[in-house]
Design a protein. Sequence first.
Length: 580
Amino acid sequence: MNVDLIATPMAQQWRTRSHAQFEHIRRRLRWQMLLAYVTPLLILAAFFHYQYTDTIKQGIDNHLKSIAENQRNTVDLFLKERVSNLRNVAGEGSCDIPPSAGQMDRILSALRSESPTFVDVGLFSPDGTLAAYSGPHPQLEGKSYRDEAWWRKIHDEESDTLLSDVYLGFRGKPHFIIALRRSVGGGAWILRASVDPEKFGEFVGSHHLTAEAETLIVNPRGERQTIAQGQASDERVAVPPRSGEAVVDDMDGDGRRYLAAFSWLTETDWCIVVRVPAGIAYAPLLRARIILASLMLLTIAALVLVVMRSTTRIVARLEESDIAKANLRGQLFNAAKLASVGEMAAGVAHEINNPLAIIYEEAGIMRDMMDPEIGGKVDLEDFRERLGAIGEAAMRGRTITRKLMAFARQHDPVLEPTDILAVIDKIVAIKDVEFRVNDIEVLKDYAENLPRVMINANQMEQVLLNLLNNARDAMAGTRGRVRIATRLVDGEVHIDIEDTGCGMTADQIEKAFFPFFTTKDVGKGTGLGLSISYGIIKSFEGRIEVQSAVGAGTTLTIVLPVDAGRKAARESEGGRETNA
């Protein structure tokens, strides 16, 4: 059980320490309140941001998918129409084999009337020779195409039509072809029409459904099949595996980052790519993030302002309340001292009355011995003994009055760095003979490398002497043991004084440090020793703790904070420098 009584330090020091403690409380309260308010807000903001981001991203992806699928349907329809155009002109009676004069020009004119993307038209004999031609490259007529990839492919496939990839061919210009195979006279004749990839690219790109979107067509190797702004591009696009649904993914191209949708055509092995710069595609998401972040910052700023003002107001009220309570405690302490003076009347009167009675009695006897009428005879030896008794009684009265004066006066001790073990050994040496005579064993259990503490050595000796005297009295008439131990715990030096005496009850422990309270018989104690000792230790910014049980002995622990002692030393040095 610990006993901690309120001492009366200097007002300025108390206010400084109290204000520093409340500043620490204010800071901790602010952080705890901010953590309690802001953490749930951040969690909710993160959750809603994730949900909102996911919703917006799904909306962007779905929009881009719909664009890609619409473009795919448009291009599929375009290619299907071009194949149908070629079939119509190659129908019965439209194209003679071999064609008559001017017939190829009429076929090309009919194709261009359907779509301006057609460049030329040619008819190939079974041996791969361009037998008839109409278009801007008449030099191609008569050339053999037997070794061309598209020629071999249309002969190897079951389908009678072919859509090729973009290539240069003999003309040296990018183009792709739509070819139709017909069997005439036991041989396979090929009617081929070339399509301008630039005009085809303009057609594909003219169906944008969103700003800044770019549509291009690539083959499975990622090679572009459309030409933009009159120039072919060497850019290769990584395409996903062929699937029936559009796929959205991020991609890099032309040194930029894009969000792209991929959709495979059904008419040929090409893939529609609709891509939008990532910054534009995610612009709604970025705006939402900026708005959310702004709202969060404003909310947190408002919370910080409210917490700062609230904690300042709350802690200020607590500090004012603590100051009021401290003042009240001081007043109660002073009242207790006045009450103690009243309560001590009987005890002190008895204590002082005993030596006064002895003095009076001895003085009366000595007077009678010197009165010739009584006829007493003066015995110098007896006279000397009675003077000694008078002197002892006077010294006892002086001791009582000095203890009372020490209790009444409050002095600020001069603190110095002191080796506490040296102080303990000095007092133990003083009490050694007395303890041996009373059959009391003293055990020492000192910790190594104890730091010096800031104390007043003389006052500390008084404290130790009081506690050892109490231990001796508690073991009076029995063989006992006193154990003195020192230890360092969390920056505090602990001094344990343990005895094997009679111990104290819980009620006695509560009153142990009250002035004039004693468990000793009348005439054997004034009840001021522990009270004065406690005041001395409090002046060192320490405390005294008590553990006791009836019949099991008592342990009194003196606790001296090392850090507080160092702080006191700095303040003492600063005061001496100021005085100097």
